[in-house]
Design a protein around this ligand. Structure first.
Ligand code: MN
Length: 359
């Protein structure tokens, strides 16, 4: 796969690289790294996305090459005339936003570089590995097999950001000895200052976001003997704190930091419904739980969108937990060891469950 992918890219003159809507560090870092590398190999490269990069990636070398798709003729032409289109860090047309249709209908070879579950089947060639920590890891492999000497400071920074953000700063279960060797190589070749990179990504919070955090933490709620926990970002709190919801990245980690919690749920209220982020650790997988609500993602980090008001969405998602997580509930299933409030709450959830499946 890797060799085939490299030979297709080698033969190409023009390459378009695109990634998912609301791109994260891995999406942007991988896209920029591959883009800068291909430019060094003499290719004409366009980096076109549905959404702009997150605010804390604005300093990344090469981020000035990122274009937001505006439907213009010149962008449509780059896409339709490209020899190869690389889709990175996502595997569905839907997640490409407005770029989905122009990319699928383009004549060029569509190449997938990704580490998510259940890819769609319209790609001509895939470098797809679910066990990869990040798409950045796969881009590193492409560069390593093609021309490792081209890995310079700019590419190393982009790959480091991709891998660091998708591994929770090297603490998720997808981190392996070989990943650390890879990162050691990036640090050496790029001469990277990891502390400075970390600060530039994570220490960018505004006072408004701190106010948001304090309000959101008040919503913490725990279920099933505190094996599942949730947080809520309501529209009201967003309005009152004037914080940008995009800056709520990582909030679920506050719930996962509670001893014994296995899954964290973050419910974000929107005009059209409720967005749910599922986060877990190790062997507690959440992607099938998210899929049950039309979402998807990774085993330990998934998302779904429910066209339901906040409270209803919370009830229906939480009540399904036992189907997807092997919860250890002491005593009988009726919850004898639960506090009266907990069992009343559980019963109200079971009530919801018997009312039929969610849409
Ligand atoms: Mn990723």
């Amino acid at each position: 796969m890797l060799e085939q992918l490299i030979s297709i890219l080698k033969e190409s003159k023009s390459v378009v690289i695109s990634t998912h809507t609301r791109p994260d560090g891995d999406a942007i870092g991988s896209q920029i790294a591959l883009g800068l590398f291909l430019v060094k190999q003499g290719k004409t490269v366009s980096l076109i996305n549905h959404d702009p990069a997150p605010f804390n990636m604005d300093w990344l070398p090469g981020s000035d090459r990122l274009e937001v798709f505006d439907g213009s003729l010149s962008q449509r032409e780059s896409i339709s005339a490209a020899d190869v289109i690389v889709i990175i860090d996502t595997n569905t047309e839907d997640r490409l936003g407005d770029l989905g249709i122009p990319i699928r209908s383009a004549a060029g070879t569509k190449v997938l570089v990704d580490h998510h579950t259940s890819p769609e089947s319209w790609f001509d060639l895939s470098l797809c590995r679910e066990s990869a920590s990040s798409s950045g890891e796969l881009v590193y492999e492409i560069i390593g097999a093609w021309n490792p000497d081209a890995l310079d400071f700019d590419i190393a920074v982009a790959l480091y950001v991709a891998i660091m953000t998708d591994t929770g700063s090297f603490r998720y279960s997808n981190v392996s000895p070989s990943l650390h060797r890879m990162v050691a190589d990036l640090l050496e070749r790029g001469g990277l200052d990891v502390s400075k990179i970390h600060d530039s990504i994570f220490d960018r919070r505004s006072p408004e976001v701190l106010a948001l955090i304090s309000r959101v933490l008040e919503t913490a709620r725990f279920y099933y003997d505190s094996q599942i926990g949730s947080l809520v970002i309501s529209r009201r709190v967003l309005n009152e704190t004037r914080a940008n919801v995009e800056h709520s990245d990582g909030f679920a980690n506050y719930i996962l930091s509670v001893e014994g919690v296995r899954v964290a749920l973050l419910f974000t209220e929107t005009v059209k419904g409720t967005k749910v982020s599922f986060r877990s650790k190790g062997e507690d997988h959440v992607h099938t739980w998210a899929q049950a609500f039309g979402g998807g993602g990774h085993k330990n980090a998934s998302g779904a969108f429910l066209r339901k008001p906040l409270e209803e969405a919370m009830e229906v998602v939480v009540s399904r937990a036992p189907r997807f997580v092997d919860l250890k509930i002491e005593g009988s299933e009726s919850g004898e060891n639960l506090s009266p409030e907990d069992s009343a709450y559980l019963n109200s959830l079971l009530d919801v469950q018997t009312k039929g499946p969610a849409s």
